[in-house]
Design a protein around this ligand. Structure first.
Ligand SMILES: CC(=O)N[C@H]1[C@@H](OP(=O)(O)OP(=O)(O)OC[C@H]2O[C@@H](n3ccc(=O)[nH]c3=O)[C@H](O)[C@@H]2O)O[C@H](CO)[C@@H](O)[C@@H]1O
Length: 355
């Protein structure tokens, strides 16, 4: 009998990359996978390059914590999405639904619950996102990345599994990365990544300090869609909007990373032992989850952290200098983090729970 499973998650790459890590492992074990996402979200784009996964689009509404006229229209879009997801699930009869969160996942989970399909949710951040909070009562299990998160999940459903990382990220080759960027072996490489959507704030501070930074580093900058600025074109500075297949090589060549504190990104840098300066998304623009992610890493000695409100050029350069000087110490701290086989743990839950 076919082992059929349904996945969901989207809105930003952070709600997709865990699924991308799991898909090849599940396919190896004979699972046939379908994916429900939105019509125009990043999940559709990222899933296009994954062989053997059928993609179904549904209508979605954004879940906002602030006033917006769309707040009156979006509940109807979500209801339409629930009906569409319900129909896909009833037809496909998956043995399990795996959700990585993001607003597109809510209608899928409700549609799955009406079809009585077991549901596993994965939460990347230290505190659960709004979509996962809404979805938790419908779920059978919630896998969490930080041990501290268990306290935030109601109903004894939380299981600490740690971070799930795409295997190919560990296969990068630094020399290939340098060739892609036209870099040499003369100076260390600083990678700046402002989250999967980029960050105007981080782009601004980096470019403002570019002359100073390129005296000491070669700088590779993932800016986000539409944010490459050709007026900064110079030797030793390479910009990308977003990187897909080449990301492992770019990460491999980096000596130091400056990043937002999205959970997937920072656990990837931890797995690759990259000393980090984290500048989390502020409380004005989010629920503050990245601040908690970064504080948890700072406590373990994996990173330096500066809150957006405290960010000055001087502090930015000073923290980068510290990462360079104390490089070995951060790496030593990160080496102690190994041990958890998160991917295998989630695979075991999937096998146990599939009906
Ligand atoms: C603005 C916002 O809502 N941010 C949230 C979003 O961040 P965001 O979508 O940025 O998520 P993460 O930083 O967790 O993950 C980004 C993922 O995209 C990948 N990547 C990134 C750039 C690139 O060029 N290529 C590429 O493949 C990274 O390797 C990583 O796997 O989800 C995270 C996980 O729930 C949250 O912690 C963040 O608060």
């Amino acid at each position: 009998m076919t082992k059929r499973m349904l996945m969901t998650g989207g809105g930003s790459a952070g709600h997709v990359t865990v699924n991308l890590a799991l898909i090849p492992e599940l396919q190896k074990e004979g699972w046939e996978i379908s994916y429900i996402g939105s019509e125009d979200g990043i999940e559709k784009q990222l899933l296009q390059s994954v062989p053997g996964v059928a993609y179904h689009s549904i209508s979605t509404g954004k879940l906002r914590r602030y006033f917006d006229w769309n707040n009156f229209k979006d509940p109807f879009k979500v209801l339409k999405g629930v009906a569409q997801a319900y129909r896909v699930i009833r037809k496909q009869k998956p043995k399990l639904i795996f959700s990585k969160g993001g607003f597109v996942s809510v209608p899928v989970i409700i549609g799955g619950w009406f079809n009585r399909v077991p549901i596993i949710i994965h939460e990347s951040d230290l505190t659960p996102g709004l979509a996962n909070k809404i979805a938790t009562p419908f779920a059978t299990k919630v896998c969490v990345t930080f041990p501290e998160t268990k306290a935030h999940i109601k109903g004894n459903k939380a299981e600490y599994v740690g971070a799930i990382i795409r295997d190919e990220l560990k296969q990068g080759d630094g020399e290939t990365g340098k060739k892609l960027c036209g870099f040499t072996n003369d100076k260390p490489v600083l990678l700046m990544m402002g989250g999967s959507l980029g960050s105007q704030k981080l782009n601004g501070v980096l470019r403002h300090n570019l002359i100073e930074l390129t005296k000491q580093f070669q700088v590779v900058h993932i800016c986000g869609k539409g944010q490459v600025d050709d007026s900064f074109d110079q030797v030793g500075y390479k910009q990308f909007e977003y990187i897909k297949e080449e990301l492992p090589h770019i990460m491999a060549m980096a000596d130091i990373v400056v990043s937002r504190a999205g959970s997937n990104s920072i656990f990837e840098f931890l797995a690759l032992k990259k000393p980090m300066l984290l500048i989390p998304l502020s409380r004005n623009a989010s629920r503050g989850d990245q601040i908690l992610n970064a504080k948890s890493f700072q406590k373990m000695g994996y990173c330096e952290m500066v809150e957006e409100e405290e960010l000055t050029d001087a502090l930015f350069l000073q923290k980068i200098e510290k990462l360079l000087v104390e490089h070995e110490q951060y790496i030593e701290n990160m080496q102690k983090s190994e041990g958890q086989n998160s991917l295998q743990q989630v695979m075991a839950f999937i096998t146990q729970m599939a009906k």
